[in-house]
Structure formats: C-alpha cells, structure tokens
Design a protein around this ligand. Structure first.
Ligand code: NAD
Length: 363
C-alpha cells in the first residue's frame, strides 16, 4: 500500500489523484492546495484521505510526491520540501516545461530522487472541479528522469503511470521542451493571436464575432486556457518557442508572397500536404492538446427541442460537459454541439440519440 502526496490539486493534480483512487483504492492520498475549497471537495468525494498544511512533513514521507501547481511554484516547492523528504520519497512534477525544473533539481542535488513528468492531457478548463478520473486515459505521459535515477525506480514509476491508463514516453528535458514548443506551446500562441486578430479586425457591427462559430471556434478553443499558466510556460520555454515562432513567421511570409503572386499550385499543395499529414496523425491517443469528445445533432427550431435531448441523456446517466448552438452549418453538421467528458460517454450519447431517430454527426 503506497502513500501518494500532492502539492496542487487542480485540474491535473485532481485528475491524477482521482485516477489513483479509482485504480488503487488502497493507496493513501495526502494533499496540500492553496485553495482550501478544492481540498474540502476532494476529501468529501473520498479522493484524498488527508488534508495537509503547506510544507507538511507528511508530504515528504510519501512514496511519490506530485508537484502539480503552476510551473513557477513547483520550483519553489522543490526547494521548500527538500529538508522534509524521507529516504525513498520520489519527487515528480507535471509541469508543461521541463528545462528549468531539471536545472534546479541538479543544483539542489535531487537528481537521484526526481522524475519529471508531463501528462499530455488537459483542457482549457482549470481547477479541481473540472478534474476527472479518465483524463490520463490513452494520453502520452512524458517522463524525464533526473540524472541519477536508477532503473528500478524509473520502472516502478512507469508502471504507476501505465496503471492509470496513460502511455509513458521517456525523453530528456531538452527533447521535451523542443517538442512541446512545436505541438503545444506554438498552437496556443497562434490560437490566442488569431482570436485577438479577429477582435481587432472586426467590423463596427461585430459581424466577425457573430459568425465566428464552427471551425473558428474549434481551432481557437485553446485560446480560453489559463493566462497565468501560459504566461509562465512562454517565459520558461522562451528559446524553443522563439525558434519555432521564427519558422512559423517565415512560413507565413512565404504563404503571403505566394498568395500575392496568385500561385495556385503552391496554395493547392499547401492545403494538400497539410491535409495528408493531419490525416496521418494518430487519433487513438490523446495528443499535446486536450481532445474534445463531441457530437453535432440536427435539431428542428422548436420549443423544448434541447430540453428533450438533455432529458434523454440524463435518463441514461450521461453527463454533458458543454453544450452550444452553432448557427452556421459547416460541412452540413447539425446545429447543437454536445461535448462529453470521455470517448465512452460520447459513443453512448451518439448511440442513444441515433436510436431515437435524431440525426447525429461525430465531431
Ligand atoms: P489548475 O489551475 O487547475 O491547478 C493548479 C492548482 O494549484 C490549483 O488548485 C491552485 O489552487 C494550486 N496552486 C496554485 N498556486 C499554488 C501555491 N502557491 N501553493 C499551493 N497551491 C497552489 O492548473 P492545472 O491545469 O492543473 O496545471 C497544474 C500544472 O499542470 C502546471 O504546472 C501545468 O503546467 C501542468 N499541466 C497543465 C495541463 C493543462 O492542460 N491544464 C496539461 C499538462 C500539464
């Protein structure tokens, strides 16, 4: 029976704690979080067993201590917890940038007890209230071992991660920061810039905002992410982000040039190659950006239509994560978009509505 500690019990800490509770009900879970509401909710739900104070020595006495606060604070806790770490306690974090924490770990002489981690799962929502015990399922979980981590310790940790349904992938912290700059950090910057661009370019009557549904909403979903978290990520992974941004800017300049030249062949080839590469990306595992499980339902414009659907889903205990009406029909998709928490619930919702003769499209 293991003891697991958490510093930070928000979306990611809470989801890992919930997964551990589901898979290893005999483990004892200790947690400290700045907001006491999350701790109270976690205790009430039976997700954690013990509420701790800041720098509580019981956290340092755990088999694994997960640092799950924003990256800058994880660095501070690393140092603060050092004096109370018992022999055998393995420190790990979930931060989206790995270089800085590994540098600090080596400075503090913790390289033989630290294993960096980064679950490639998440959402634009934050907080314990949005955590789920399925967030890690089929998600890559990048593991960046400290310089002195032994094979046995690494194997045990990898087994814990696998047991939670995630797919471990061992990388160096440098590889991690380069890769995530391209597939996670840059997309967040682009989504944010695109949304701000539309805000700046919109007409006086706000028509851009009004029709910015469907595809625009899909590709900019991540622009709703936590500003604090992304500010810290951009500052901590500055060099890698700056170099991928350079490449991206070069590409945009070339695209503008070819459009100015009216080069149809170039434009076609750009969309063709991106489509082929996009279609080749594995859809079974979760990527660096949290996935959405959604369906679109054609709906007659009559009173009670939405209520009937929600009631139907509720009778089958199907939880809805988010719901919204889409006014422009792209690709002939329906007008009511319903998001679910996981693939299984999404499939059940789809089957149920189809059985009741609704026209449903998968997202
Ligand atoms: P979150 O805001 O949901 O959770 C952070 C938690 O830390 C909150 O409960 C907050 O109360 C607590 N906290 C903040 N400062 C604290 C402090 N000084 N002392 C104690 N508790 C404090 O954020 P999250 O999405 O769970 O992110 C946490 C970590 O996970 C970050 O390091 C982030 O880089 C990483 N991460 C996030 C995602 C994502 O998509 N959200 C994905 C992978 C990794």
């Amino acid at each position: 029976m293991k003891k697991i500690g958490f510093i930070g019990l928000g979306l990611i800490g809470g989801s890992i704690a919930r997964s551990i509770r589901r898979v290893h009900p005999d483990y004892t879970i200790y947690a400290y979080n700045r907001s006491k509401d999350s701790l109270a909710a976690a205790l009430k739900d039976g997700i954690i067993d013990v509420v701790c104070e800041e720098n509580d020595p019981r956290l340092g006495d755990c088999d694994y201590l997960f640092l799950c606060t924003p990256v800058e604070y994880n660095l501070q806790f690393l140092e603060a917890m050092k004096p109370s770490l018992s022999k055998g306690c393995i420190l790990t974090d979930v931060g989206s940038v790995k270089g800085d924490i590994h540098r600090r770990v080596e400075e503090l002489g913790l390289g033989d007890i630290f294993i960096g981690g980064h679950p490639m799962a998440g959402s634009e929502k934050t907080g314990f209230e949005n955590s789920t015990d399925r967030l890690l399922e089929n998600a890559y979980y990048i593991i960046t071992p400290g310089s002195g981590i032994g094979v046995d310790i690494l194997t045990d940790f990898t087994e814990l991660i696998t047991s939670l349904g995630a797919i471990p992938l061992i990388l160096t912290c440098e590889e991690h920061d380069y890769i995530t700059a391209g597939v996670s950090h840059l997309p967040h910057i682009i989504a944010s810039a695109l949304v701000n661009l539309v805000r700046n370019l919109d007409t006086e009557n706000g028509h851009m905002r009004m029709i910015a549904a469907g595809g625009f909403r899909d590709i900019t979903r991540i622009a709703s992410s936590s500003p604090v978290m992304w500010q810290q990520i951009c500052q901590e992974n500055r060099e890698n982000i700056s170099s991928v941004l350079d490449e991206y800017i070069r590409m945009l300049i070339q695209i503008r040039y070819e459009i100015d030249q009216d080069d149809g062949a170039f434009i076609y080839q750009m969309f063709e190659s991106s489509r082929d590469y996009r279609d080749s990306i594995d859809v079974l595992t979760r990527g660096a950006i949290g996935r959405v499980y959604a369906i679109y339902v054609d709906l007659a414009d009559e009173p009670g239509g939405i209520a009937a659907i929600t009631a139907l889903l509720a009778t089958d205990q199907i939880n809805i994560r988010n719901m919204g009406i889409i006014h422009n029909r792209e690709f002939e998709q329906g007008v009511l978009k319903i998001e679910f928490y996981d693939a299984d619930t999404c499939r059940r919702g789809l089957n149920l509505l189809q059985k009741r003769n609704y026209v449903v499209h998968e997202a």
